[in-house]
Design a protein. Sequence first.
Length: 305
Amino acid sequence: MAKSRQLKGRIRSVTNTRKITKTMELVATSKLKRAQDRVIAARPYAEALRQVIADLFTPDLADRFPLLRRPASPSKGGPTRAAVILLTSNRGLAGGFNSNLIKEARRRIESLEQEGYKVELLGIGKKGIGFFKYLGRKLALERIDIGDRPTTDHAAEIVEPLIQAFSAGELASVDLIQARFISALQTPPATIRILPVETAGQLDSGARPERSEGAAGQSRNYILVPNAEAILEKLLPLYVRNAVYRGMVETAAAEHGARRTAMKNATDNAGDILELLKRTYNRQRQAQITQEIAEIVGGAAALQG
């Protein structure tokens, strides 16, 4: 009987756990839809910024803007500092979502340190911050107040000091470690170089339209007021801030997708365990009843004999 009571207790425990994981799956599904809408809304604007900068870019203009310059390596007298922004979530129960981002960050940090840079790590999200604190690494920035609904103001607060440091020649590069939201089931980690801003050919990885004659070297017939230099001066910081914002909304959507997948798997596994426990309990109960019947029949036969 003691074993039967233990099985009944385990059945109750697994049933309650399955209810929790199912509820978390439904909540993540609901949040995923809203986060996915934010990702879809952010992509056209980011693409438009990318295309305009690619069209306005010329080698002559590149020399005038610090955000477009590529600093020399430390061995050649360039800046020795590099920044890495790590985006993770504040909560767990999302499978390998956070651990994959942390692995990507460690890989990038090791690569930069091998090149001779002193890496400054900026942590956005409790999981990434907690991991690197456990390793004893000091973080240049810790933000756990953003959550899964980032805004453009949040992105500006994070990246504005980095833009100023890069413009002053104090930073060699700024990398963003984020989750790329392809679908709810595909959320691989990615390293995005946000400073220096990629040049025209790198911004536009696809086939670029042929430049039209008489357009001052531009691929589209823009009417530039006042001029390309003044426009780029405003667009480049905006592009960097938007890159961070887009990374934040994609990471938030990827978190909900990963959590939904993890909770669905946990719910399915709990169902399988529950079926096994119930089958074991029923077999044990049937065996016990059979034994009791056999003892009654045996006792009755002994009395008659």
